[in-house]
Ligand binder design. Structure first.
Ligand SMILES: Cc1cc2nc3c(=O)[nH]c(=O)nc-3n(C[C@H](O)[C@H](O)[C@H](O)COP(=O)(O)O)c2cc1C
Length: 244
């Protein structure tokens, strides 16, 4: 194998669109999955409406954004958590039966799901939660202290156990794949990048610390949040919370 023949190199080559050449893969019929993941048996945690006038102006937030990895013991308010969630994936416009979100998504297919590890948020017990985008609330998946487990799965990055909240983003791959085939993986990662940057800027605007994380043992995180790692798999994390 030479240095441009690894599976990543081949993925990039084989997922290229080339003019006048049909995409290099047999058509596979995939059932289009639901747009929203539901946890009907879970307890729902209401969130305040986002305050769209809060924080410092956009230009200042862009100029000041940094990855900051130290967090205080002060609880994050539910209002700020709500604001961060809305900034990443919240619904910002409705047109007919479509709901557009604060972050763009290839083909408006929205393959990325958000889970949270809550370590220290006022009025929300520690645990693992799922963000219900269309209802702007949290689904409680399991209550308990999972900070150390998640930090261990993130190559012992202690900020994961210390941050007020950890965003855990997964992809429901077929939501994008039914339309774009293997090229879907490109779009999924691009979608995640937009979401991560929205979180970073929103955190900056609210004077919170934030750091993206891509170093983790995938299957260990998948197990913690209860996804299979194939149809739905973790792709990205980020910590956020009050600065130390
Ligand atoms: C895709 C991606 C993955 C990252 N993964 C980690 C990580 O696992 N741990 C970490 O401490 N920082 C991580 N970072 C943060 C980078 O180290 C940081 O963005 C970089 O040093 C530039 O600094 P700045 O964000 O303050 O501008 C990641 C950033 C990105 C965009």
């Amino acid at each position: 194998m030479n240095d441009s023949d690894g599976f990543g190199d081949n993925f990039q080559k084989e997922s290229k669109y080339i003019r006048n050449v049909a995409p290099n893969e047999p058509p596979v019929r995939i059932q289009k999955p639901e747009l929203y993941k539901r946890y009907p048996d879970s307890t729902s945690v209401a969130l305040p409406s986002p305050d769209k006038d809060a924080g410092v102006p956009l230009w200042k937030a862009i100029a000041n954004r940094r990855s900051r990895r130290a967090f205080s013991n002060k609880p994050l308010s539910k209002k700020m958590l709500s604001q961060l969630l809305w900034a990443t994936q919240g619904v910002s416009a409705r047109f007919r039966n479509l709901a557009f979100r604060t972050s763009p998504s290839a083909g408006a297919l929205y393959p990325v799901e958000t889970y949270l590890l809550i370590n220290n948020v006022a009025d929300i017990p520690q645990g693992i939660y799922h963000y219900s985008v269309d209802e702007h609330c949290l689904d409680e998946l399991k209550v308990g202290s999972y900070g150390r487990d998640l930090a261990y799965a993130a190559l012992n990055q202690t900020m994961v156990a210390e941050a007020n909240v950890v965003f855990i983003w997964t992809a429901v791959v077929d939501r994008c794949k039914w339309k774009y085939g293997q090229r879907a993986y490109r779009y999924i990662y691009l979608d995640a990048g937009h979401i991560g940057e929205n979180l970073a800027l929103a955190a900056e605007a609210l004077d919170l610390n934030n750091c993206p994380i891509a170093a983790f043992y995938d299957e260990e995180i998948n197990e913690i949040i209860g996804v299979d790692g194939i149809k739905e798999t973790v792709i990205y994390l980020a910590v956020a919370g009050n600065p130390k």
